[in-house]
Write a protein that binds this ligand. Structure first.
Ligand SMILES: [Zn+2]
Length: 251
């Protein structure tokens, strides 16, 4: 039976002599793995389309009792224009695709995630690629329903301009109510205000704002621990290692 979907290539690898195996995130089918027979052949209709970051409309099918799908047609909406990106910007885009490959599951379509990814890919301006990755991570937590409430103390409900964040419990607390036994992260005013800004703005608006390196680093740590405790399968994406060390948050 033929099926159609619209979505983005997360990963593509060679399969055998002439074929490719593609991990695709579609609005209707969620994450699926597709075999594109003959994709590496010189006159294949898929040539150039099956790369990470390509936005495609596809037609595919599966044989009975199989979980692997076969790609039949691919119409290209857009591709990741690698030649016009700096290495850090490319690394950030690949890290976004890697993150989605980790946290999305087969058979669980999430159109809002595909929409967020397309918004990220559509915006070519990238003053600070690492910050743009963190902004994506933040908004993905919103879509996944896993964003902690950093604005109030979980015990006394006081509004927090600064306070402790306890990643394992996914909550924030004021000075008097943060338990000493938990692993906890101090969130200063700059960090809570940055989080509030990210919450209100779109991805493309956020790419224009400037963030101090240490605040960005603190934001990276808070997001990293939130994913570690609350999002299944998360690991720090390998592609982030391509970003020069002075711009990274994991050291
Ligand atoms: Zn409190």
């Amino acid at each position: 039976m033929l099926k159609k979907d619209d979505g983005v290539v997360l990963r593509a690898a060679r399969s055998g002599e002439t074929s490719k195996i593609v991990t695709f995130l579609g609005t209707r089918n969620g994450k699926i793995r597709l075999i594109a027979k003959g994709a590496l052949g010189g006159n294949s209709a898929f040539r150039g389309a099956l790369e990470p970051g390509s936005h495609l409309e596809i037609v595919f099918y599966h044989k009975e009792n199989r979980t692997v799908f076969f790609l039949r047609e691919a119409h290209v909406h857009s591709v990741l224009r690698t030649e016009s990106l700096t290495l850090p910007a490319l690394a950030a885009a690949l890290a976004v695709l890697e993150l989605l490959d980790q946290v999305c599951f087969p058979g669980s379509p999430e159109p809002a995630i595909v929409e967020l990814l397309l918004e990220y890919l559509r915006c070519p301006i990238d003053n600070d690629p690492l910050f743009s990755f963190l902004v994506f991570q933040y908004h993905l937590l919103v879509v996944l329903g896993a964003l902690p409430d950093w604005t109030v103390c979980a015990t006394c409900s006081r509004i927090l301009d600064e306070g402790y964040y306890i990643p394992a419990e996914g909550l924030a607390a004021c000075r008097s109510h943060a338990g000493y036994s938990s692993r906890r992260v101090w969130m200063d005013q700059r960090l809570t205000r940055l989080a509030a800004t990210i919450n209100k703005a779109t991805l493309s608006e956020l790419r224009k704002i400037e963030v101090a390196a240490d605040t960005r680093k603190d934001l990276g740590a808070v997001l990293h621990w939130t994913y570690t405790y609350h999002v299944n399968n998360y690991r720090l994406p390998e592609a982030l290692k391509l970003i020069p060390k002075d711009k990274r948050t994991d050291d």
